[in-house]
Design a protein around this ligand. Structure first.
Ligand code: NDP
Length: 313
């Protein structure tokens, strides 16, 4: 693939700076040369993309932290992800968020992968430096931050059930295990996919992989946290779980956001669960992690979460 490299990104310049301060160094180089400072370019790529909240989130982070950035939403054609990213880089783009269905394409595009992205097998944020393209996956850490910081729930010593073994669930397993639950049970309709995740992550903590019929077996008991990382709610469906999975003082978390009480959240509420949450906090927290990675500054997420929250009822 041929990429035109802007003058300021020559290799010898980039060698002088460490990863975390690359942005500041580029800026000062450009200022020394008296170059007119254009806004730094970022974007989210997906298909479809009209529903995305990422521009709103990143531009509000930029405003709050005094950063001068452009943030666009780009719809890439299916099968045309690489060409869209090549063009974005030629135009000087510095980073991308990646949403469905391109997280695997982004994984394949990267020249370097951070540990979380490598283990998840999916990339949701990319950073472009000289001739290096680094891939990260902030979905899991975004969810973990929302649960532990915003919702005040510790996972340490708790029993956690993760429903689903698709793209989002894959990114969640490692950050969850890092929180030290007594048990992480992955439940999936296609049991072999859950088992594959179980095998891949077993060295990182206590993980069990099962299907829904095994979950119905009362010997598995109740959970302190039940996370719906399936796409069932997108079609108004409910994963086949019984209300008995929800323990006393359980948090029921739905990854889908902005849709009010999904069948999963309704089941939890009807089972007496007091703490219900959708994925808006996860969305904003993963964006904040990408923003820190790109810009070196941590935005406040509370205001943005509040702005985007659709009441559950
Ligand atoms: P995938 O298509 O990769 O995976 C879908 C998963 O859902 C699979 O495990 C599939 O099981 C399971 N599934 C689908 N329908 C049902 C059903 N009726 N009953 C039981 N299981 C079912 O989707 P993603 O992982 O990318 O997305 C999952 C959800 O997470 C979506 O709602 C998405 O909107 C949300 N999301 C939210 C984010 C946020 O920031 N808040 C970020 C990313 C995703 P099987 O393997 O058997 O097919």
């Amino acid at each position: 693939m041929s990429i035109e490299k802007p003058e300021y990104r020559k290799k010898e310049e980039a060698a002088e700076v460490s990863e975390g301060v690359l942005y500041a160094s580029l800026l000062s180089t450009r200022r020394r040369r008296g170059e007119r400072l254009m806004s730094d370019k970022y974007a989210v790529v997906g298909n479809p993309i009209d529903h995305t909240k990422s521009p709103l989130i990143h531009l509000s982070f930029a405003k709050e932290t005094g950063q001068n950035i452009d943030y666009a939403a780009i719809e890439a054609p299916i099968g045309g992800f690489s060409e869209v990213v090549d063009k974005f880089r030629r135009e000087g783009g510095l980073g991308l968020n990646i949403t469905a269905p391109f997280k695997l394409d982004a994984f394949a595009y990267c020249t370097d992968l951070k540990e979380r992205a490598r283990l998840a097998g999916a990339v949701n944020a990319m950073k472009f430096e000289v001739d290096r393209v680094t891939g990260e996956n902030f979905d899991g850490v975004g969810l973990t931050n929302d649960i532990t910081r915003n919702l005040g729930r510790l996972m340490k010593g708790r029993r956690v059930a993760l429903l689903g073994a698709g793209g989002a669930a894959r990114g969640v397993v490692l950050p969850f295990l890092e929180q030290g639950p007594t048990e992480l049970v992955i439940v999936n309709r296609t049991v072999t996919k859950a088992e594959e995740l179980g095998r891949q992550f077993k060295q990182y903590g206590p993980i069990t992989a099962i299907g829904y019929s095994a979950l119905a077996d009362k010997k598995l008991g109740r959970f302190d946290l039940v996370v719906n990382a399936t796409s069932a709610s997108l079609r108004g469906e409910l994963p086949p779980i019984s209300p008995e999975v929800f323990g006393d003082d359980c948090l029921a978390y739905e990854l889908l956001y902005g849709k009010g009480l999904t069948p999963f959240l309704r089941l939890a509420r009807n089972a007496g669960v007091k703490r219900l949450a959708d994925g808006v906090g996860m969305l904003v927290e993963q964006a904040a992690e990408a923003f820190v990675w790109w810009r070196g500054l941590r935005p406040d997420t509370g205001t943005t979460i509040k702005k985007l929250t659709v009441p559950l009822e």
